[in-house]
Design a binder for this molecule. Structure first.
Ligand SMILES: [Zn+2]
Length: 234
């Protein structure tokens, strides 16, 4: 498990502050993982990476597979290698599902990569609309288009991050959804799984790159962004 680490191409607080353009190519991101989530430059939609394929889920509700020349200001990836698999074969509401998932994680103080596949009776996702730089993420999140689906098969991919790391990555569970037909997806807001299988990878190493853009190098990061992030990512 030499590659068993979480890779962040930038701290999430840069995104929360409105730095939406870092021009980091996915050629770089893919050196560090084949699985994960994030966004695109100018906050142009939600990103999900599965088996090395990069999907862009834009605010018009569409999904596009993009190549490695796409650019990102924030991505969190790993080489997916699950340690355990668990199955759920009864319908659960969202709070019960979250509790079921939390119970699969032995400690809240390390990272986990989580991949869940199966059938959902209900899925609610959002996708961020394209933005100019410097508009705080918490303001953007108030206008995000929301999409709801019933009886849909698909994959949830994402991470659990320890609570005290909220300036680096989204704390707690952060999952993105992509339908099995690759037509729908976004940042997960709610779901009711019916029959799913969850793969869990425990990760105890974090590798984080710091952007070398002028925006990043000259920004004042002393503001505590935890509350903004909590509001924007719910
Ligand atoms: Zn997200």
């Amino acid at each position: 498990m030499n590659n068993n680490k979480i890779y962040l191409c930038a701290p999430v607080n840069a995104l929360v502050e409105g730095i939406y353009e870092e021009k980091i190519p996915f050629t770089e991101i893919k050196k560090h993982g084949d699985f994960g989530l994030g966004t695109f430059d100018n906050l142009d939609g939600e990103m999900i990476m599965l088996d090395g394929n990069i999907y862009q889920m834009t605010a018009d509700g569409r999904v596009h597979q993009v190549d490695e020349n796409a650019l990102t200001p924030f991505a969190c990836v790993t080489f997916y290698q699950p340690l355990t698999h668990d199955e759920l074969e009864e319908e659960m509401d969202y709070p019960a599902f979250l509790q079921w998932l939390q119970n699969l994680l032995p400690s809240p103080n390390i990272f986990y990569a989580i991949r869940i596949e199966g059938l959902f009776n209900y899925v609610k996702v959002r996708s961020v609309p394209k933005q100019e730089n410097y508009r705080p993420l918490v303001d953007v999140a108030e206008e995000q288009p929301v999409f709801e689906f019933s009886q849909i098969e698909g994959t949830l991919a994402g991470f659990f991050t320890p609570s005290y790391m909220s300036s680096l990555s989204v704390p707690g569970l952060h999952l993105h959804f992509l339908s099995a037909d690759l037509q729908h997806g976004g940042h997960l807001m709610n779901c009711r799984p019916v029959k799913i299988r969850a793969g869990i990878q425990c990760v105890s190493t974090l590798e984080m790159a710091l952007p070398m853009s002028l925006d990043y190098l000259t920004w004042d990061f002393r503001r505590n962004t935890a509350q903004d992030l909590d509001k924007a990512e719910k």
